[in-house]
Design a protein around this ligand. Structure first.
Ligand SMILES: C[S@@+](CC[C@H](N)C(=O)[O-])C[C@H]1O[C@@H](n2cnc3c(N)ncnc32)[C@H](O)[C@@H]1O
Length: 317
């Protein structure tokens, strides 16, 4: 790793709330040197470069820095609303958030990636700057990237980790051996699990997407119980899911409802495990990704697909 890029990794981790000793352990650099880098690295030139007409991609390359960090530095100190404006995100004021596509600036391309705008809105309504956010199944890291820009602390976990994303720590939520990875209690917990076996082929064999239906549902029951033990009274859970219906190649009327996993099932598990649902926000998948051929075949066979997706916000009951 080159000098500048190593420094920017340190800056990212520090801004996300990592303790200096943990950064030292991860990067192999002494704590003293880390303190120097965090306190003395000067990126004041960003505004000059912008006023000279350089774009953000140029600046990222110039500093050998990732794009979300450049945005974080550029928008530092602004209010959440100002940040929405500068990012070009319309701020939704109702409980239906439609986004046609993911904002490519934040999060890596990842199976089941969620739009950065969805994360931004969740942070806007349910957290404040400086709050601690946990992302329990972080995938492409979009929550971490958006937290960086909105000046929230964020710790991310997944069983899929990679060198490029040192901010995502390895953690396997093992139903035979539950372990909670941190001691501090978070303000917001983001939880975007695989929707049953959708995309199972894209995730590791250890992913919960490989579990049979009953075990998958049991996982949630035990998981929500565990999460509750590590939440404060004021902690919000932001849980994303969608109805899972076996609709492929089947007329809607011929589906097998017993095989489905619906929003109701998750809501029942939440309430059974001591969570009170405070909001359901509709965050539909974009239907633009279906081409005319697919739509026409579905019409012929009376197939009713799923683009609904929900963001369920809950707190301890
Ligand atoms: C829907 S993806 C998350 C996508 C992410 N929000 C994004 O926008 O990129 C679900 C993630 O859950 C992880 N996962 C599934 N089962 C897991 C387990 N038992 N422990 C840890 N991670 C798990 C998968 O590796 C996958 O990255």
């Amino acid at each position: 790793m080159q000098m500048a890029s190593r420094n920017t990794v340190i800056l990212r981790l520090s801004r996300l709330g990592w303790l200096q000793e943990k950064i030292a352990e991860t990067t192999g650099i002494t704590r003293g040197r880390i303190a120097q880098i965090v306190n003395n690295t000067n990126f004041g030139e960003i505004n000059n470069l912008l006023s000279q007409g350089r774009d953000m991609d140029y600046i990222a390359r110039h500093y050998n820095m990732d794009l979300p960090l450049v945005w974080a530095l550029r928008l530092e100190g602004k209010t959440d609303q100002e940040k929405f404006k500068e990012l070009g995100w319309g701020l939704r004021t109702w409980d239906q958030w439609n986004f046609n596509q993911c904002d490519e600036r934040f999060g890596d391309d990842w199976p089941g990636r969620i739009p950065a705008q969805l994360v931004g809105h969740t942070l806007f309504y349910f957290t404040k700057p400086g709050d601690l956010v946990l992302d329990l199944m972080a995938g492409g890291g979009v929550v971490s990237d958006v937290c960086l820009v909105f000046e929230r602390k964020c710790l991310s976990f997944d069983l899929a980790t990679r060198d490029k994303r040192p901010d995502i720590l390895y953690h396997y939520w093992d139903p035979r051996n539950w372990k909670w990875p941190i001691t501090k209690k978070p303000d917001l917990i983001f939880f975007d699990p695989p929707y049953f076996d959708k995309k199972a082929g894209d995730y590791s064999e250890k992913s919960i997407s490989s579990l049979p239906r009953e075990e998958y549902l049991k996982f949630f029951e035990e998981f929500f119980t565990l999460v509750k033990q590590h939440a404060k009274q004021t902690t919000r859970l932001a849980f994303i899911n969608a109805d899972w219906r076996d609709f492929q190649n089947k007329a809607a009327i011929d589906e097998t409802p017993e095989a489905s996993i619906l929003a109701d099932d998750y809501l029942n598990i939440l309430s059974k495990t001591g969570w009170q649902r405070t909001h359901i926000i509709q965050v539909p998948l974009s239907s633009e990704r279906f081409d005319a051929g697919i739509v026409s075949a579905m019409q012929k066979k009376r197939i009713l697909g799923v683009t609904s997706r929900y963001l369920i916000i809950a707190r301890k009951s």
